[in-house]
Design a protein around this ligand. Sequence first.
Ligand SMILES: NC(=O)c1ccc[n+]([C@@H]2O[C@H](COP(=O)([O-])OP(=O)(O)OC[C@H]3O[C@@H](n4cnc5c(N)ncnc54)[C@H](OP(=O)(O)O)[C@@H]3O)[C@@H](O)[C@H]2O)c1
Length: 233
Amino acid sequence: MKLFITGANRGLGLALTTEAVKRGHTVFAGIRSPQKQSDALNHLSSLFPNKVQLLQVDVADELTCQTASEKLKADNTTLDAIINNAGILDERSKTIEDIDLDKVEQTFNINLYGPMRVIKYFLPLLHKGPDSTIINISSEAGSFQNAYGGDYPYALSKSALNMFSEQLRKYLKNDGVSVYAVHPGWIRTDMGGEKAPGTPEESAHGIMDIMEKKIEVNCNSSFINTKGEAMPQ
Ligand SMILES: NC(=O)c1ccc[n+]([C@@H]2O[C@H](COP(=O)([O-])OP(=O)(O)OC[C@H]3O[C@@H](n4cnc5c(N)ncnc54)[C@H](OP(=O)(O)O)[C@@H]3O)[C@@H](O)[C@H]2O)c1
């Protein structure tokens, strides 16, 4: 399969890229800035030179999404999966009285408009059929039922991402394309911190199983965990 993964430089995006190439897939690994390419991604692409192809995509920059998609189109590349993984978590401890609305806007620009930009430009490259998948990496923070009265920019952007995923699921239903908003669990990355109980590798394993249809997802909404089980709305 051919996949496009955003935010492949570190954390879950790197783990997804690693798991995918180990399973024999080809990954177009989106990196925000080539100047900041991680040693780990460099190492992975040297181990799998034909399986990892780097694409400069800053999901906050529409032109980079357009340019990267045009490059794939020029090479007659079709995709089997798009994984919108890039995300940020900001203004963690801020109350609504203290919130910086520019930071809220920046979070929406990456966590919601980012996946929208990516889908706008990469959906035409996606093979339409039951083997194709779009996975938006969401969070339990986006669940209405589990709202905890904090992380305003992040939680609101992930709620909206869940709605975007649901809209896309309906839009692509007749094409057979599966669309999911996946909560990856609380995992040890720069974002999740050292106290997180899970690893990005475990999450990547589950997400790849969902993409490969090894896990059957039986649920009426797109919002699921890495075992394919429904998340609380
Ligand atoms: N970690 C958790 O416990 C947890 C829990 C629930 C959901 N999630 C979700 O899982 C996803 C991955 O998170 P993570 O834990 O791996 O975070 P992370 O370790 O902070 O990594 C974030 C990744 O996103 C990339 N990124 C940020 N802004 C970008 C932009 N404008 N364009 C392109 N790439 C950009 C970063 O690129 P650079 O390296 O260039 O900065 C980095 O590769 C996120 O959507 C997050 O919300 C994580």
